[in-house]
Every structure is written in C-alpha cells, then in structure tokens.
Design a protein around this ligand. Structure first.
Ligand code: DGL
Length: 263
C-alpha cells in the first residue's frame, strides 16, 4: 500500500506523521514544494497548476491514494483534481470540519489558516453545509508558514505573530479552533498559550488519515509483504528539508531528492 502526499512545504509532514501512526504498514511518497512556498498569497489558478504537476508526479510512483496535505491546495484544487486520477484524492478540509463539529458544543468555531484558505471561505462553506447553525470566525496567519519553513517554531517572532493573530478569538465565545494549515500543528504550544483555556484544538490530519484508512481497508487487511518505504521530494533545499523534516517526524529522512517543475 502506497500513499502519496504533498504540501507547499514542511507542514505536510504533520500529516505524514499521522499516516505513520495510523497506517504504519503504508509506504509514503511525499512532495514538499518548498521552492515555491508559501502558497497562501498565490492566486487560485497557480495553486491548481502546481497541484496538478505534483499529482501527476506522484501518480507515476504507483500510489493507491493521494492526500492533499495542504489546506490551501485543498481549497483551491480539490474539486478540480478529484476524479482525474486512477486513485482517490483526499483533502484535509472536510475531515477537519467534521472533526471540529464533533467536538464543538456551542457551534462557534474558529479557523486559523492561510490568506487563500480564509478568503476562499472553504471552511465556512464546508462547516455550514454540514451544520447550517454553525458560526465561523476565521483569521489568516500569513507569517506562521514562513516562520515554520525557517525552522522557527518558538521564540520571540513566533510569540509576536501568535499574539497578533489570536487576539481575534479572545472573548469571541468559540469553543473550538481548527488548525486550518498543516504547518500550524508545529506551533501548537505557542498557539495554545494565546487562547482562552478550555478551547478544543482540532488538527484535521487525524480525521483525514482515518478517512484514508477506511478507503484503503481491503489493503490494510492484507499483511504487508515488504517493509514500508518513505521517499521525500522537495523543490527546495534537500539538506534543509532533511534536517527540519527529521525533527518533525522524529527519525532521519533517508531518501530526500530535489525535484522541480517548470513554473
Ligand atoms: N501548509 C499549507 C496549508 O495547509 C500551506 C501554507 C502555505 O504555503 O501558505 O494551507
């Protein structure tokens, strides 16, 4: 069983981490578009084009299922690419929205995400299609992804950005916050410190991988014939990717290759 995943950069490794936890027998092909990060400020057409290039690349690896491990690319491209490949393509937004509704008691949900994801309204539309009563408060956090890409997950710059963005939710009455960008779970400690106590924090990765697992259940049931392999590709610097990525996954990244596409 082989799962392909991609993101604009390192954030998607938070979804890889979850695949390793829930599907330890699965092989992984991961593409990080670090060379073109961030996607958040880009126009939809560009994000769709990048997503197609990467999915075409992953398709050649013989994957059984793809996960768009990026909320921004899910918001921009999922509806365009679903059905275009001989394997299922999952996004992170609908599973994230369902997971948030499952824990929210008062139906007031906050979402932090990139500029594109917030402006697209993808979370608000998905949450409201699942529960028309829900109230959604979104906040774009454009500095978070570049900080994570530089390996900064704590310290004064992260603190200052978190303070600025998360004041939106103080006294807002939300009982649940969705981490609507796969880079943000890497900032969890700082994010938590700037929220009112008791707010549920939802990382869509867990529900997304659970959905993948149920789609792959016939393959999950079969005993793994060979040990899983993990291959990583980046359009950025492979050494930096391997160094920061190994901190996220908690193990050395042995196969990291540089792959680029025409822009
Ligand atoms: N990790 C991404 C997401 O989930 C994208 C961050 C970015 O490139 O702006 O939205």
């Amino acid at each position: 069983m082989k799962i392909g995943l991609f993101d604009s950069g390192l954030g998607g490794l938070t979804v890889v981490r979850e695949v390793k936890r829930q599907l330890p027998e699965a092989s992984i092909e991961f593409f990080g578009d670090n060379g073109r990060n961030p996607y958040g400020p880009r126009p939809r057409e560009e994000i769709v084009r990048f997503s197609r290039q990467i999915l075409d690349f992953l398709a050649e690896k013989g994957i059984d299922l793809a996960i768009i491990a990026c909320n921004t690319a899910t918001a921009a491209a999922l509806s365009e690419v679903q059905g275009a490949y001989p394997f299922p393509v999952l996004g992170v937004i609908e599973p994230g929205a369902r997971a948030a509704l499952a824990v929210s008691k008062n139906r007031r949900i906050g979402v932090i995400a990139t500029q594109f994801t917030i402006e697209s309204g993808a979370y608000t539309l998905t949450l409201q299609s699942l529960d028309p009563e829900v109230q959604v408060l979104g906040q774009a956090c454009p500095l978070f992804t570049p900080l994570v890409e530089q390996g900064k997950t704590s310290g004064p710059e992260v603190e200052a950005a978190a303070r600025e963005y998360l004041t939106t939710f103080q006294g807002s009455g939300i009982d649940t916050l969705v981490l609507g960008c796969t880079h943000y779970p890497l900032l969890l400690d700082v994010i938590r410190q700037h929220l009112d106590p008791g707010i549920n924090i939802v990382d869509p990765a867990e529900a997304t991988v659970a959905q993948a697992k149920s789609l792959l259940k016939t393959k999950v049931a079969a005993p793994a014939a060979v040990p899983p392999t993990y291959r990583f590709y980046t359009s950025g610097d492979p050494e930096l990717f391997a160094r920061l990525g190994s901190n996220i996954l908690g193990c050395p990244l042995e196969h990291v290759e540089r792959v680029t596409f025409p822009t």
